[in-house]
Ligand binder design. Structure first.
Ligand code: GLN
Length: 190
């Protein structure tokens, strides 16, 4: 099983490391043609405006929408969560616009720019190690979306069919269980 990590900007190597720790092959994806070689895709954290611009420049928007239409799973972490959302509050346009949720960028405010905590994530574990860095929040989800985790009553992880989203960075820890959960989604989809 091969899992691609979109490598236009952001935390790529860290995802590859945890994909491999969870038991699949990690592929650094820089060209849309590489999407044919992988069974699932991770869109990493970084800066969503920059990632969105580069996705447009390198024709990844339509290519990843096609990837999704084929039923192949996509996991967005932090900026990647913003990239897959249908609506970004305060911004005129979404990027991929796939997952039925409204999200807010940099939602924790200045005092809490970054922090680390343990989270209960449904279907994964009660103590998933999570790093938040200028993290987004999920303000609202549509009917088909299952909330997997909350932090202080706010939604920080969710799933809609073959789409998985997390506000935090699971890849900046040694805890590969979120990646293992995603690998199970990819296995089911195949
Ligand atoms: N604040 C970033 C954004 O809005 C996301 C932060 C991250 O990925 N660590 O794109």
């Amino acid at each position: 099983m091969k899992i691609g990590v979109l490598a236009l900007q952001g935390a790529v190597a860290e995802h590859i490391r945890l994909i491999e720790k969870a038991g699949a092959e990690g592929v650094i994806v820089k060209k849309k043609e590489q999407l044919d070689e992988v069974d699932g895709m991770i869109i990493p954290g970084g800066e969503s405006t920059t990632i969105g611009k580069l996705m447009r420049r390198f024709d990844f928007i339509e290519a990843l929408r096609g990837f999704h239409r084929q039923g192949k799973p996509i996991f967005g972490t932090c900026a990647g969560l913003i990239v897959i959302a249908k609506e970004i509050i305060g911004e005129p346009e979404a990027h991929l616009g796939l997952m039925d949720m409204k999200v807010s960028r940099n939602a924790f405010g200045r005092q809490r720019e970054s922090f680390e905590t343990n989270l209960a994530v449904k279907g994964v574990a009660d103590d998933v190690r999570a790093v938040f860095i200028r993290a987004p929040l999920i303000d609202e989800v549509g009917e088909g979306v299952e909330v997997l985790s909350t932090y202080r009553d706010q939604i920080v992880a969710a799933r809609q069919g073959s789409l998985l989203a997390a506000s935090f960075h699971p890849e900046l820890t040694d805890d590969e269980r979120m990646h293992a959960y995603f690998l199970d989604m990819v296995r089911e989809a195949r």
